[in-house]
Design a protein around this ligand. Structure first.
Ligand SMILES: Cc1cc2nc3c(=O)[nH]c(=O)nc-3n(C[C@H](O)[C@H](O)[C@H](O)COP(=O)(O)OP(=O)(O)OC[C@H]3O[C@@H](n4cnc5c(N)ncnc54)[C@H](O)[C@@H]3O)c2cc1C
Length: 377
């Protein structure tokens, strides 16, 4: 059993870490204040090569795989979880297109997505259909040469940044009555709606997408009619959940780094608080969560890259790591005393970001249902 990351993944880690420190870190405060995704960042991520990590070379990617993707999202999220979620949702879209798209669809959309002409998104959640996917009410009515979409998607990451959106709507009844589509920006009847302002992950673009008698040509059907539920479940289960686990992992790492630094710098009773046993325990607890979380994330990604079932392990990683990040962030704020409540210290942001990651990609309760179903089968 080899716990070393493959060389190419270690190179990805190094490159993304340098990029995050040099290019993303200076943008964090601006993202917090303006709550906007920086205009140049998609192209910079494209130049770095991380937008095509799960896309074959013939369509402009590097295809380094899901472990490399996890490490990239982790490293970006260590500096900005808002950029982390934007990157991981982009990968959901490229993975869905890569796995279910026709050759023509892949050739049309993937190279631009890998370059960072825009960021991709997967728009599944609706006001009536979050955890309850079948509760969605968006419809896609077949007409001569395509479909007419009506409905509304909410809480969608990258929704104003995407040139082409992967989405799902009802073409019939029940799980087989859902189909997936690629909808291009500028299609009449399709618009990005309100921009949501969130507790955390500020700067990640989140909002709604509206379809009003939006005519989508038949060639933009992703997979076959009726494949939408399979595409949605696979994209969320094997892309969204591990992606959010990696985002939370980056937050956990930052909680650890900030806590260690502060514990060594802050002196009380004439010595650094790192020498107080209560502080040592707090740091040890965060470190234990960090290590456990890291291996859950890497194992799920390794399973995916090995072509094995990874749905349960990915869900387990999402469920565990997003909660662990909240616990670690709370502990990190406590270690900082009053400074933890001050806006100039990163831990307040980490706490807010960690909270938002709990529901994104599927809630803890849904995670427990999936894991329990497998455990009790
Ligand atoms: C920052 C952010 C980014 C997001 N980005 C995207 C995106 O890009 N694309 C996209 O499609 N979606 C996105 N989402 C939506 C996200 O996937 C949903 O929020 C999530 O699936 C939960 O759905 P909901 O918010 O409707 O909660 P609800 O389903 O309304 O759940 C409310 C509560 O009920 C609980 N609950 C629900 N069902 C059960 C059950 N059976 N048993 C026990 N408890 C239950 C939940 O755990 C939760 O506590 C994003 C969300 C956030 C916060």
């Amino acid at each position: 059993m080899d716990f070393d990351l493959p060389r190419e993944v270690r190179l990805v880690r190094r490159a993304v870490r340098e990029f995050a420190d040099a290019t993303v870190a200076p943008l964090v405060e601006q993202m917090e204040q303006r709550d906007e995704f920086p205009a140049t960042l998609a192209r910079s991520l494209g130049d770095l090569g991380v937008l095509g990590l799960v896309t074959p070379a013939e369509y402009g990617g590097s295809n380094l795989g899901h472990l490399a993707r996890t490490v990239a999202v982790e490293e970006v999220s260590r500096v900005s979880a808002a950029v982390g979620i934007s990157l991981q949702v982009h990968h959901m879209a490229t993975a869905a297109l890569g796995e279910f798209g026709s050759d023509a669809q892949k050739a049309k959309y993937l190279p631009a997505l890998c370059r960072g002409d825009s960021l991709g998104t997967c728009a599944i959640t609706e006001p009536t259909g979050g955890s309850d996917l079948l509760g969605m009410t968006s419809t896609a009515r077949a007409v001569g040469d395509g479909y007419v979409l009506n409905g509304r998607k909410c809480f969608i990451t990258n929704c104003h940044l995407s040139e082409a959106v992967v989405t799902v709507a009802k073409t019939g009844e029940g799980p087989k009555g859902i189909s997936a589509f690629i909808v291009e920006k500028g299609t009449p009847g399709f618009a990005a709606g309100r921009h949501e302002h969130k507790l955390g992950l500020r700067g990640a673009d989140t909002g709604e997408l509206v379809f009003r008698d939006c005519h989508v040509p038949r060639e933009n059907l992703l997979g076959n009619e009726g494949d939408g539920m399979t595409i949605a479940l696979k994209t969320i289960g094997e892309g969204g959940r591990p992606g959010m686990a990696a985002t939370s992992l980056g937050i956990l790492q930052a909680c650890y780094d900030e806590s260690v630094r502060f514990a060594k710098e802050r002196t009380l009773y004439g010595r650094p608080i790192a020498q107080l046993q209560a502080i040592q325990w707090g740091v040890a607890e965060i470190f234990a969560e960090l290590q456990a979380s890291r291996w859950l994330c890497y194992h799920a990604s390794w399973l995916k890259d090995s072509g094995r079932d990874c749905g349960v392990e990915s869900t387990l990683a999402k469920m565990y790591v997003s909660e662990a990040a909240v616990n670690a962030a709370k502990k990190a704020v406590e270690i900082h005393g009053a400074c933890g409540a001050m806006m100039e210290y990163a831990v307040q942001r980490l706490f807010r970001d960690a909270m938002v990651c709990v529901s994104a990609g599927g809630t803890t309760e849904i995670g427990k249902l999936v894991v329990a179903r497998a455990a009790l089968a």
